[in-house]
Write a protein that binds this ligand. Structure first.
Ligand code: 5GP
Length: 118
């Protein structure tokens, strides 16, 4: 697959412990860590460990169970670290602001998000 040939992304380097991150949840398939530039009181990135999928569209087609596991992880993190409610964002493509082409979900929670637009 393409990911095996390409330069590792920053997220693969976090999975490999080559660069540090504030890890909040990890299992065999998923790692979640604090975003380095938080946009909400709680801002965590939920990342599948496999580099096979560049965005959520590819992930949904290739491994819907893994996508569901990411949603469950987001809920667990929001329950543990905020009030249980959260916004889940998948930037998909450069024009939508995606900068890391290894699928990841932004979990935003903590403060009142109701007054912010997307
Ligand atoms: P995207 O724009 O691709 O959806 O989101 C990438 C996110 O990764 C950004 O919110 C950015 O702040 C975060 N990020 C980029 N580099 C690092 C890093 O080295 N460590 C952590 N924890 N987050 C990072």
């Amino acid at each position: 697959y393409a990911g095996a040939m390409a330069e590792p992304t920053i997220f693969e380097r976090i999975v490999a412990r080559e660069i540090p991150a504030e890890i909040v949840l990890e299992d065999d398939e998923i790692i979640a860590f604090a975003d380095i530039a938080p946009k909400a009181e709680l801002h965590v990135l939920v990342v599948p460990k496999t580099a096979r999928y560049r965005d959520v569209v590819e992930l949904a087609a290739g491994d819907p169970d893994l996508l569901a596991a990411m949603v469950r992880a987001a809920k667990a993190i929001a329950l543990e670290r905020a009030d249980g409610d959260f916004r889940l964002v998948f930037n998909t493509g450069e024009l939508a602001g995606q900068t890391v082409f290894h699928v990841h979900a932004h979990v935003l929670a903590g403060a009142d998000l109701t007054e912010e637009s997307l």
